[in-house]
Structures are given as C-alpha cells and as structure tokens.
Design a protein around this ligand. Structure first.
Ligand SMILES: [Zn+2]
Length: 207
C-alpha cells in the first residue's frame, strides 16, 4: 500500500490480488490494512468526466469521479494503467479515474468544481501509479491533445506523460505524484502489460 506523505486519508493499493471493488475477500484485506469499513462507494468507470456525489456506499453509476462530505465513507476507483487521483479538501474528499480520454474531457476540473459545489476548497492532490511516459506509447491523434506533455518510450516511440498532464490541471494545489509505472513495476498491475483482470484500488475518505 502506498500512503502519500502529508495526506490525511489517501491510499493506493500495491500487489493487488483481484479487483477489490468486486471481490469481498480482497476488499476486506484492503479495508483492514487501512482501518476503514469495507462498504465502499465506487463507479462503473467509463473514461468520461462525470462526477457523482456519494452519500452512501455502493455502485453509484457510470462516472469517473466521486466526491463526498460524508465522514468515514471510502471512495474508490480502480486502475491498471490509468491514473488514480485522490483530492483532499478541508471538509470533503474526491477521487478520480483518469486516462487520456478523461484528462482530455476534463475529469480533474470536474472533481474540483464538484468539491467547490459542496462548499469546500480542494487543498492537495495525490496522483497514484499509472503507466509512465517510459511505456505509454500513443498515436499522433492522442499526442496532439497533450502539447507540452509529449515524451518518448524506453524503446524510442512517441508517448505522453499522463501524470505531468494531470499535475498541470491540479496547479494551485499541493500535488504529490507517485512516479511509479504500472507497466514496469512488479508490484503493480498493468492492462497494457497483459493483465486484464487485476485492478489496484485507490481509496480516499474523510476521517
Ligand atoms: Zn514504464
């Protein structure tokens, strides 16, 4: 488990054994390690920019961001190359699932404004592990959407730096970035690495 320093209640799973959103034993193991309940608010993630306010645990619907002011309610997104992001405010918490489509569509500003709509001010954001610029090969149609964040893979083709693009959209907040690449880190699951089953969960809650 990765616990970003300086954050109240944000965590990124490593060594995922399944998809803890759906596997009760995996969920209990994560909950026990974090000292939180095992009833979580989560999403059917669709690579968009829709944000849902959670007032109770369970599957909230088709979306890629969750916000809440409910204390002790874990908000969860699951990823295996896309970026998991936890945003802490004074009196609210938000999580996001962001791949290139979500970033291009504005999932990050959507979560920030949903927190503002709850009357809160976002303070800091933790960007968890995702596929790094070392491995995230993209075509020109994707690269052209991220001017300033185009990079090169370790094998010399065009890639983008998703985490840097996300950090740019979080300008003004205290931003922590994991920097670990899901494609090459043996503790992390990668869809592009051929793992179509395991997902690591990112959890944020308001203590
Ligand atoms: Zn990599």
């Amino acid at each position: 488990m990765i616990r970003p320093p300086g954050f109240r209640a944000a965590a990124f799973e490593t060594l995922a054994v399944d998809d803890a959103r759906h596997d009760p034993a995996a969920r209990r193991a994560v909950a026990t390690e974090l000292g939180i309940g095992s009833d979580w608010a989560y999403l059917h993630q669709v690579h968009g920019a829709t944000v849902i306010e959670a007032t109770a645990p369970g599957l909230l619907g088709d979306a890629d961001g969750i916000v809440t002011t409910s204390r002790g309610l874990p908000l969860v997104v699951a990823t295996a190359d896309c970026l998991p992001i936890v945003i802490e405010g004074e009196g609210s918490i938000g999580v996001a699932h962001a791949g290139w489509r979500g970033l291009a569509m504005g999932i990050i500003p959507a979560v920030l404004s949903a927190m503002a709509d709850l009357g809160d001010r976002p303070l800091r954001a933790a960007i968890g592990p995702g596929i790094g610029p070392c491995c995230y090969e993209v075509g020109p149609e994707v690269a052209e959407r991220f001017p300033g964040f185009v990079s090169t893979t370790s094998w010399g083709t065009t890639s983008i730096d998703l985490a840097a693009a996300a950090a740019d959209q979080l300008a003004g907040l205290d931003v922590w970035t994991s920097g670990r690449c899901t494609r090459t880190d043996p503790e992390l699951r990668s869809y592009r690495g051929g793992d179509l089953v395991h997902r690591q969960v990112a959890v944020g809650w308001l203590p």
